[in-house]
Design a protein around this ligand. Structure first.
Ligand SMILES: NC(=O)c1ccc[n+]([C@@H]2O[C@H](COP(=O)([O-])OP(=O)(O)OC[C@H]3O[C@@H](n4cnc5c(N)ncnc54)[C@H](O)[C@@H]3O)[C@@H](O)[C@H]2O)c1
Length: 344
């Protein structure tokens, strides 16, 4: 089996995880990297032994010699780089947030569809071991039909030191973190019909909102709450765990802090430790996210070979992205927003 060759664009803070994970992926390897910042290009190139280095994405695509591109830049450049990939018929992975607006995201999906290339959004949170375990428990029928859920991420962790741009944007927690939590809600309870949201800024040193509470109606009739905060000072810091509660017709699922999964149903109660693996290159508390990066990149590689659509394809991610736009709209107007109208 010949190994797929990849190129990575954007050698910043998070790309280091992606580069480590590519080393562990079966069937793919990174052969070229690109960053307009020469310092980042050198650091990542030297660390991972990559000889082919570019400061300009257009030059990278012009030279070619790779089967897919992994776009790990921040959102401003996503549309231009995905369009460049489509022009060169190169399958593309794009980091979240997918685009600056839902209109841009729709255009990117359309461009890739017309070019006949796979497009996956690097929406890795649903690939976390504990989240997969919740999904499996629900799908097993252990708690019957779900009618209520809560997806909660509450932390006081200083994300701004590693990602200073997060303090500068007009939008913060829904666009950066809530986007993952909303995706988990969709993954577990299905697509969403309408939502309402409220936001707050507690930390005076940042521009955007750092607290959001979102009420979702799912297509299957279930109601859920997505609540996210970077202003929560707890006795035991939970970063970066997403806690989940699901109530079903026959029982309950509780994913609580410390990766403890409790499933209660007609057959009794089971408690399982669903901690992520600490990969050789990972470090706590990020190991949960780091393991999911490997899982999503392996999934991409397997699907690129088999030809099937990825779990978080561009088309799938429009439905998560629409929830982000709807949440900001609802928080600004106080109204409930219908999701179907946004996706038409
Ligand atoms: N999925 C996750 O769990 C997760 C976690 C953290 C960050 N992220 C996302 O990853 C993305 C990158 O975040 P980061 O914190 O690594 O940002 P960063 O600013 O540290 O890195 C981005 C890099 O891209 C380079 N770059 C930007 N535009 C470019 C262009 N047009 N051509 C070449 N290089 C370009 C910059 O020079 C920089 O080195 C963001 O969209 C962020 O939301 C995802």
């Amino acid at each position: 089996m010949t190994e797929l060759k990849g190129a990575l664009i954007g050698c910043g803070f998070f790309a280091v995880n992606q580069m480590h994970a590519w080393k562990d992926v079966d069937g793919a390897a990174i052969v070229a990297i690109c960053d307009r910042d020469p310092e980042r290009l050198k650091i990542v190139g030297d660390q991972f032994g990559i000889e082919r280095r570019y400061s300009d994405a257009a030059a990278l695509f012009a030279d070619g010699g790779f089967d897919f591109v992994d776009i790990a830049t921040t959102v401003q450049s996503h549309r231009g780089l995905v369009e460049m990939a489509a022009k060169h018929k190169i399958p593309a992975i794009c980091q979240k947030p997918f685009a600056k607006s839902l209109g841009d995201a729709k255009a990117m999906v359309e461009t890739c569809r017309n070019a006949g290339i796979p497009l996956m959004v690097h929406e890795n949170f649903r690939w976390q071991t504990p989240i997969q375990a919740v999904k499996q428990a629900l799908d097993s029928g252990a708690i019957g039909e779900p009618f209520w859920g809560r997806f909660s991420f509450r932390s006081g962790y200083d994300v701004f030191s590693g990602q200073p741009y997060l303090a500068e944007g007009e939008r913060f927690i829904i666009e950066d973190l809530g986007i993952h939590t909303l995706d988990i809600a969709r993954f577990i309870l299905g697509d969403v019909t309408r939502l309402s949201a409220r936001t707050k800024r507690v930390n005076p040193k940042i521009r955007g909102e750092d607290v959001a509470t979102i009420l979702l109606d799912h297509d299957n009739g279930a109601t859920s709450i997505v609540d996210v905060s970077y202003a929560t000072k707890s006795a035991t810091e939970a970063f970066p765990e997403t806690l989940v509660e699901i109530d079903g017709s026959q029982g309950t699922i509780r994913l609580s802090q410390g990766y403890r999964l409790e499933i209660h149903g007609p057959d009794g109660t089971t408690i399982t430790d669903v901690s992520p693996k600490l990969l050789s290159w990972a470090s706590r508390p990020w190991h949960n996210i780091q393991e999911s990066v490997l899982a999503i990149q392996q999934h991409w590689t397997d699907r690129l070979r088999s030809g099937g659509e990825t779990s978080t394809s561009g088309a799938d991610n429009l439905k998560t992205f629409a929830l982000v736009e709807a949440a900001y709209d609802s928080a600004a107007t106080g109204r409930t927003v219908e999701i179907g109208a946004l996706l038409r």
